[in-house]
Write a protein of this length. Structure first.
Length: 911
């Protein structure tokens, strides 16, 4: 109805997600009009809308030309104009729009001395804004300005509205399922409004965007419409308390019932050369194989912690779907590390933008700077370095060492000139000569690379040669490295958008809301980044950056330093990251305590404490000191890592381990913190007591069975990049590796019992938290360990698994009994390998898909038959009189498949 008033601008106001922008774009599409969307902020100037004199790139020095702004361009072309976030605009912009909104319908551009009129028959003006009470630098607009609009307030969508919209946009989804999804959304909003929960970190809201995210996630399930797969990611992960997250899941189960069960969010992480699979979510990998460069930073090896798998799964879903991920958590909770871990697993390059309150749009988007040919040359050197590394690696693998040496020698000489230019101070003339020399050196490298062009992406190499020739011509023509010209220099954000890298905006809540809202257009579905600051191209087109298909953006923030606007939070998926529980003495559920201890021991082992007894001693000291810090900030994992680092460095220098441990913990936990004298004395006493408790563990050389696992206990990103299949294989066979190492320790030890049948699973400390099953003898479990190991196998790595077990057996010292055990393990392994090699199609994925997806769908009869056949073949191949298979009395109430097959063979029961 508001559109019936000609030449009257319309102002839409409402909460995020009610559809303000969508309704304008939908009306424009229905009426055949184009819409120019302009995002306003505090840093938007009137020249950003109407235009300005900007430097002409590539022209003579000091050349400027007029470039129309997006508002003026849309006005000339008779398009609809949408001004988004109007109440974020500065006062100068508001006043500059007065003339175009009143009866005059015109704008005057003093730089051009011209007046431009609105085309009343085609141009309509719209504005959108969120309510002022929602903060984020929003301000109340002058009444005289608001009177120029027809104001329309948009109420939040009702349950019926949501049903109609979602059913219309997603007709492929079952109508009853949509009804339940809308019901959950409505009940969560009602509970939040009443204040019953959700106060920590709130206000939270669930709206149409979340419903769309939820339904879109079905595509990650290959068409399976099970909302229980990702309801935790989209609806529960944003909440700050574990009890509230569980309340959301309980409410889901109440509404949806057993028909759509929840799916576990702690699946195994499986990698091959093409994909990384975290449960139901699969991401493509960029690896160093196949001629591609690895993006993994070899100096920063990360561990795939069990504590982080749930967060990794949620992040992987956001990456798969192209959604914005907003990681929220306290300092040192692992926000950045979990992002880098996922980037390493996927083989993606991760860039970072550190944010501060002084950051402006120039740092975020880029800006005009004086032309610097040296900067262009440095960029070419970086690109050539990647190609040189790839070609040299190829020559080395082909044993063409002379070619590799010649290439690397020329590249080294070229870099010597570069290093010389960085370390010394030159006159402009000498700097120009050095630049010309660098260009010639780079040409020599490119000439050598051209001889193996088929190995280094010919199109990329030809583009580099063309760019280098143009650069050389400009340097010769200008006889200077700058020549007074100006050029647009892209920011890290724009480079990532174009190259397809991942970008994390760290501490995003420190950034001004006005600057951050500049990304609104990019963060919309199918969004783009319009660089209005760069002006209009000479052909009249806007500078629009369309994101590369691999580009992803992430936000991280510490809620202790404030929050971001509700509108920005609504554009992505919030994921709260909890700190790893470093005090393992605190009461936790069994799974959390089990995972936390493994993670902590793995972190300390990765740092250099290869003895589990020593690592446990450090954890004990940390727990004792943490318990004494009630009432003020409790030491977190960062304190433990710092103290462990100091301990290790001083220990390596020859100092006594007990004394350096006490000094390190005193420096980190006591001396570096502000506290009262009483508290300091209390902590000092607790430290002395803790050191006394663990002194024997720090100095003891006794055997700890936990050490049997070695590096197989945790996946490492660098090793995964080198050989993902083999590293996953070793991780999955970690218990077999530990058992064989245990036998090796028993064989070589003079103190351990030689009776191998006396050892049980409880001897491995990682299983002590739960007594169920811990009394099983290790010898009895060996067949099941081998079967479980092969259940993760693919047809492509079955032989590799058998070869690895063979290697473990061959490298172990043997006695009569251990030789029999190893022969039995190899026999079982060979039997399983034979069954799988004949019964599986070629694939790089596990033959039993239940390891990948926990969805209760699909026909697994083939996998069940293979499992039964494996057990039958093992019983058939093994001597049934041996204790490893049949010396126990069968518990008929919980008989296993292998016991059942053995009983049939012996004639104890009939089939």
């Amino acid at each position: 109805r508001s559109l019936q008033i000609p030449s009257r601008a319309i102002l839409l106001e409402g909460s995020p997600g009610v559809g303000k922008t969508s309704i304008v774009t939908a009306l424009a599409k229905a009426t055949g009009h184009q819409v120019t969307r302009i995002n306003l902020s505090e840093q938007t100037d009137i020249s950003d809308l109407f235009g300005a004199d900007l430097p002409v790139e590539g022209a003579k020095g000091g050349t400027f030309a007029w470039r129309d702004g997006p508002f003026l361009k849309a006005l000339k072309q008779g398009q609809w104009i949408l001004l988004d976030e109007l109440n974020l605009a500065s006062q100068s912009v508001v006043e500059g729009l007065n003339s175009v909104l009143d009866h005059r319908g015109e704008i005057f551009v003093p730089e051009l001395g011209r007046t431009f009129h609105i085309k009343a028959d085609s141009t309509r003006l719209f504005a959108c804004q969120n309510p002022q009470r929602q903060g984020g630098a929003r301000k109340g607009l002058p009444l005289s300005f608001l009177n120029r609009f027809t104001q329309v307030f948009m109420e939040p969508l009702s349950k019926d509205d949501l049903l109609v919209i979602v059913r219309g946009t997603h007709p492929e989804v079952d109508s009853e399922l949509i009804k339940k999804m809308v019901e959950l959304t409505a009940q969560l909003n009602d509970m939040t409004k009443t204040g019953s929960w959700g106060s920590s970190g709130g206000p939270f809201e669930w709206n149409l965007r979340d419903l769309n995210f939820w339904i879109e996630s079905f595509s990650a399930l290959d068409g399976h419409q099970n909302p229980g797969a990702f309801v935790k990611t989209i609806y529960a992960d944003r909440l700050r308390k574990s009890s509230e997250r569980q309340d959301v899941l309980d409410l889901y189960e109440t509404i949806f019932g057993p028909e759509y069960p929840l799916v576990s969010d702690n699946p195994p992480v499986i990698l091959n050369n093409q994909n990384v699979l975290i449960g139901e979510v699969s991401l493509s990998r960029t690896t160093s194989n196949g001629g591609k460069d690895s993006s993994v930073d070899s100096s920063n090896t990360l561990l795939v912690l069990r504590h982080q798998i749930s967060t990794l799964r949620s992040l992987a879903l956001c990456v798969r779907m192209g959604w914005l991920s907003i990681l929220v958590g306290d300092s040192y909770c692992g926000k950045t590390s979990v992002l880098n871990t996922l980037a390493h697993l996927a083989g993606k390059k991760m860039c970072s933008i550190p944010v501060s309150s002084a950051m402006d749009t120039t740092e975020l988007l880029g800006g005009f700077e004086q032309t610097d040919y040296g900067r262009h040359l440095d960029s070419l050197y970086q690109k050539v370095h990647a190609i040189v590394t790839r070609v040299a690696r190829f020559h080395s693998l082909q044993a063409n060492f002379d070619e590799a040496h010649r290439l690397l020698q020329v590249w080294r000489e070229s870099n010597l000139t570069t290093n010389q230019s960085c370390e010394e101070v030159f006159t402009l003339d000498k700097a120009l000569l050095i630049t010309k020399k660098r260009i010639e050196n780079l040409r020599r490298v490119l000439n050598i690379l051209s001889q193996t062009e088929h190995r280094c992406n010919g199109r990329s190499l030809s583009r580099i040669v063309t760019t280098l020739n143009e650069l050389s011509e400009n340097v010769e023509k200008q006889s200077s490295l700058t020549a007074g010209n100006f050029e647009w220099v892209d920011s890290i954000l724009v480079k990532c958008l174009e190259e397809g890298n991942w970008l994390v905006v760290d501490n995003v809540n420190l950034c001004s809301g006005a600057v951050l809202d500049r990304l609104n257009g990019l963060l919309e579905p199918d969004g783009v980044l319009v660089l209005g600051e760069r002006g209009i191209r000479p052909d009249g087109a806007e500078v629009v950056i369309k994101p590369h298909k691999d580009f992803r953006i992430f936000f991280t923030l510490d809620p202790a330093r404030g929050n971001i606007s509700r509108a920005m939070r609504n554009r992505g998926i919030e994921i709260y990251v909890e700190r790893l529980a470093s005090d393992i003495s605190l009461p936790q559920v069994h799974h959390s305590r089990f995972s936390s201890r493994l993670d902590l021991l793995s972190l300390l082992r990765h740092m250099g404490f290869t003895s589990s007894a020593q690592a446990q001693a450090l954890l004990h000291i940390h727990s004792k000191l943490t318990q004494q810090c009630a009432g003020y900030e409790s030491p977190h994992l960062g304190y433990l890592m710092d103290a462990a680092f100091l301990t290790l460095q001083n220990w390596k220098r020859g100092q006594h381990l007990v004394s350096v441990t006490e000094n390190a913990f005193s420096d980190v936990y006591i001396k570096s913190r502000t506290m009262s004298i009483e508290q300091r004395l209390k902590l000092t006493s607790a430290l002395c007591d803790a050191i006394s408790d663990v002194k024997s563990d720090l100095t003891s050389e006794s055997v700890n069975f936990m050490d049997c696992f070695g590096d197989t206990i945790m996946l490492q990103t660098l090793k995964l990049d080198e050989n993902s299949v083999f590293e996953c294989l070793k991780h999955q066979g970690g218990l077999i590796h530990a058992v064989m190492n245990l036998f090796k320790m028993v064989t070589l030890s003079d103190t351990l019992s030689k009776n191998l049948s006396s050892y049980t699973l409880s001897d491995f400390e990682t299983l002590n938290d739960n007594n169920s099953g811990s009394d099983h003898r290790i010898l009895d479990t060996l067949p099941f360990l081998v079967i479980a190991f092969y259940s993760f196998a693919s047809s492509n790595d079955v032989d590799l698994r058998h070869a690895w077990i063979q290697h473990l057996a061959d490298s172990s010292p043997k006695t009569g009994i251990t030789q029999m055990i190893y022969d039995k393990i190899l026999l079982i392994s060979d039997v399983v390998r034979g069954v799988l090699k004949t019964g599986l199609p070629s694939s790089s994925l596990p033959w039993d898909p239940r390891h990948l997806s926990r969805l209760p769908v699909g026909d697994y009869s083939l996998q069940n038959r293979l499992h039964a056949l494996i057990c039958y073949k093992i019983v058939q191949a093994c001597d049934t009189d041996e204790s490893t298979l049949s010396d126990r009395k069968i518990n008929w109430k919980s008989i296993t498949i292998i016991q059942y097959s053995n009983a049939i063979k012996k004639g104890l029961i009939s089939d």
